[in-house]
Design a protein around this ligand. Structure first.
Ligand code: ATP
Ligand code: MG
Length: 249
């Protein structure tokens, strides 16, 4: 039985899509059958991060309507073995998507894949709640600044209210000087957000550049510093005990 993990955040632009794509590629490269599900209805861009925008014809509403089966709609990544992708609709209204059908889609995903990485929207609105339907755990992606952490805390609370107890925190775009200047520690971050840490990803131009070139990070630069940390996150997801190591730069 697979696991469906939602990547979400309080504030927008924290790196959910980049992180979801990178962690999913790492899970696939570890040999796990992994699907990336874009649940950012109307604002999808996970296809760009995975470099499959020219291949995704169907979206998950085609599966919900019964027009096509999940296995036919899931696009196999052309270069990364074990990695699949299912798009969000670009025009549908969230109000028109049945939350119960989304939950049922989650069951099918669990049956057919080892991991489903869901790229959700930011915030705490209807779209956010819809993306949580198929999930059984969540990773809240936050940057280290105070506003982002407060919004991340709000997202954690909301997820718990929706019944998702297993919520972890991924701190992204960490610059050494941030921790030095504010004297904050990762413990402060965890206390502020109220969720256990699953990883810390450095600010890395390779993430930005690979995104701009629509190339998955692992194909753009397999030696990237951020990729090593995304791989550590993937291994922790699989239950491996990977120490967090030294966090303060
Ligand atoms: N660790 C990182 N280092 C450098 N750039 C990063 C990192 N993580 C994300 N980025 C860049 O930050 C920008 C926003 O990332 P992304 O689109 O993944 O955020 P998001 O949380 O999905 O945004 P939205 O809320 O709009 O869906 C992108 O240009 C991405 O390449
Ligand atoms: Mg996004």
């Amino acid at each position: 039985m697979g696991k469906n993990i939602l990547f979400t955040s309080g504030k927008g632009g924290t790196g959910k899509t980049a992180s979801a794509a990178a962690v999913a590629s790492c899970l696939a490269s570890l040999g796990h059958r992994t699907i990336c599900l874009d649940c950012d209805v109307g604002l999808k861009n996970l296809d760009l991060a995975l470099g499959v925008s020219d291949r995704s014809v169907m979206d998950f509403t085609d599966v919900l309507s019964g027009q096509v089966s999940l296995s036919d709609a899931a696009v196999a990544h052309p270069e990364i073995e074990n990695l699949f992708f299912l798009s969000a609709p670009s025009t549908a209204m969230v109000e028109d998507i049945d939350p119960k059908a989304m939950k049922a889609l989650g069951d099918d995903l669990r049956e057919q894949f080892d991991y489903c990485i869901i790229d959700g929207p930011a915030g705490i609105g209807k779209n956010f709640r819809l993306a949580a339907e198929p999930a059984d755990s969540a990773i809240v992606v936050a940057n280290g600044d105070a506003a982002c952490l407060r919004d991340g805390q709000r997202a954690v609370m909301e997820l718990r209210q929706l019944g998702l107890e297993d919520v972890r925190l991924l701190v992204n775009r960490v610059k050494g000087f941030f921790f030095k200047c504010t004297s904050s520690t990762i413990d402060d971050v965890i206390d502020n957000v109220g969720a256990r840490l699953i990883g810390v990803i450095p600010e890395d131009k390779d993430v930005l550049l690979s995104g701009g070139l629509e190339k998955p990070l692992c194909l753009y630069n397999k030696d990237s510093r951020a990729l090593a940390q995304f791989m550590a996150v993937a291994r922790r997801i699989t239950g491996e005990d990977v120490p967090l190591g030294k966090i303060r730069a």
